[in-house]
Every structure is written in structure tokens, then in C-alpha cells.
Design a protein. Structure first.
Length: 289
């Protein structure tokens, strides 16, 4: 007796095989940035205290929180931040001066007009600073090692980074990628907080060339060097953790120096004291501190 094919195996002339559909990624959860929503997400009162002003929004996705519409306060003053990220994967373990600090802050420096970023290293837990210059800047496209010393570019540990904006966001913006990306955000003149949702896109054809520095030298305390959640000892070589106030001041000073180069002026002096000579850092030879 012939076996009658089932509907699932029968071949129907002209019928097309239906492909399995992919599940859409869940949209990031967006909520008003109030004390009731901020504290449970950020996990500490010092973190909430650093968010200046009222209002704004907080967006969560895969262990990353993005706060917009608020300023960011440090010992160096308030930053008119466009984006403030808290990334669990980058956050140092244990108690230390990094408690409550954000893991990435993007803003536009009002004095120079340049985009700035404070960013935490995902492995070492130390902070880094970046300044993006426009295409018409004399140093556009220069490698950090090729910048002439007589221009007066003087920043913590010397320049360690020079690169174009990293690849822009995909149509579906992922906060985990954005929290670690070195790229500018859309900032309209006289408006400090235009990014309202995590799906907002950057301007695709307006890139910046970024110069940066890092705080992981021999004289810097690197949180990720600790073991079992304990912060590393700071006594050897008088190591010091460079906190958000320090990195913000250095970043703004770097922006002022790069602006002076663009304007053909002498670079202004930096506010932060010079770190120890680079000769103490076995990873670097000559250079400016």
C-alpha cells in the first residue's frame, strides 16, 4: 500500500520553502532618569551624585546603561555631557577612588569646540582621554609619534593614540559597542544633550581624527592589576590612580593645545602637575610627560 505523504513532506508544485525567521533583538529599555530609576541601575549613590541636573533618560541593554540629558560632575567641574555610559564589563572590582565613576563620557569642549571622550579600559580599568579634531586641522591624519615636540603638545604620559573615528553604528545601535567606541556624537551648537534615544545615529560623513592618552604607565595605579577583587598596592614608584577629574582636566588641556596649533598660537600650559619622567616607565623611551 502506498504511503500518503504528510503535508510537511509533500511537494506542492509552485510552493516555496518557508525559511525560519530570525527573532528581532529586544529594544533597549528606556526610562526617565530619576532617583527611583538611576540608583537600582547604577548601583551606588556616588554614581548618582555625579549626574548633574535633573531630567534626562537612562537606557539599559546587556549590562550597559546610558544616561543622556544630564551633566557629569567631577572635582574638575561639570561637563556638559552628551552621553554618559556605565559598563559592568569595564568597571574595576573592589573599593577605590573609581567608585561611582562613569566608564565613558562624551562631550564637546566649549572653549576649543572639539569633541572629547573619557573612556575606561575594559581590561585594566584605568581611564583614557581623547580629543577629536576636524579635517581642516593641520594635524589631521598625523600619527601620534610624528607630532613635532616643538608644537607644545604635552599630556599625561605623552600621546598614545591617533586614529580616525572608529566604524560607525549599525542600523541597530548596540550599547555595549557604543560604550567602548572612540567616535563623536551628534551635538548641535548651544545644545548639550541632543541624543535622546539609544537608536540615534551619528553623522556618517563627518569624521574626526582622534588623539589620545592613557593612564596605565609605570607611575599610574591600574585597578585591573589587583587580584581577587583587591586594588593593587600604590606604594611602588608612588603609583597614583588618575581619576575622572584628572583625566577630564588633561583632556580639556589637550583640546586647548590642539586648538592653539590650529590657530597658530603657542600651546597654553597644562593645569595638572607633570608626572614622573618617562624614563621611569620601561615601556617608553624619550618623550614629553
Amino acid at each position: 500500500m502506498a504511503i500518503k505523504p504528510s503535508k510537511s513532506t509533500a511537494l506542492v508544485p509552485g510552493a516555496q520553502r518557508k525559511l525560519p525567521t530570525r527573532k528581532k533583538a529586544a529594544a533597549p529599555a528606556i526610562a526617565p532618569a530619576t532617583d527611583d530609576t538611576l540608583l537600582p541601575i547604577l548601583g551606588s549613590e556616588p554614581a548618582v551624585a555625579k549626574l548633574a541636573g535633573t531630567g534626562g533618560e537612562i537606557t539599559r541593554e546587556d549590562g550597559v546603561a546610558l544616561v543622556t540629558g544630564r551633566g557629569y560632575a567631577t572635582g574638575a567641574g561639570m561637563i556638559p555631557a552628551a552621553e554618559i555610559y556605565y559598563d559592568r564589563a569595564s568597571r574595576p572590582e573592589g573599593q577605590g577612588p573609581w567608585l561611582g565613576e562613569a566608564d565613558k563620557v562624551s562631550w564637546r569642549d566649549e572653549a576649543s569646540g572639539y569633541d572629547c571622550i573619557m573612556l575606561r579600559d575594559t581590561r585594566g580599568g584605568f581611564l583614557r582621554g581623547y580629543v577629536g579634531i576636524p579635517r581642516e586641522h593641520p594635524l589631521w591624519g598625523w600619527d601620534q609619534k610624528a607630532v613635532p615636540p616643538d608644537l607644545g603638545i604635552e599630556v599625561h604620559g605623552g600621546l598614545t593614540y591617533a586614529r580616525l573615528c572608529e566604524h560607525g553604528p549599525s542600523p541597530t545601535r548596540r550599547l555595549a559597542a557604543e560604550a567602548r567606541r572612540i567616535c563623536h556624537v551628534v551635538i548641535t551648537p548651544a545644545v548639550h544633550h541632543p541624543v535622546r534615544h539609544a537608536t540615534d545615529h551619528r553623522i556618517a560623513d563627518a569624521h574626526a581624527w582622534w588623539f589620545g592618552f592613557s593612564c596605565d604607565h609605570a607611575y599610574d595605579l591600574v585597578p585591573g592589576n589587583g587580584r581577587q577583587g583587591q586594588p593593587p598596592a600604590a606604594s611602588e614608584l608612588a603609583r597614583t590612580y588618575r581619576d575622572d577629574a584628572y583625566v577630564v582636566r588633561e583632556t580639556i588641556a589637550l583640546a586647548a593645545q590642539l586648538r592653539a596649533v590650529a590657530d597658530g598660537r603657542a600651546a597654553p600650559p597644562r593645569e595638572c602637575p607633570l608626572p614622573p619622567p618617562l624614563g621611569l616607565d620601561p615601556r617608553r623611551g624619550a618623550g614629553r610627560g
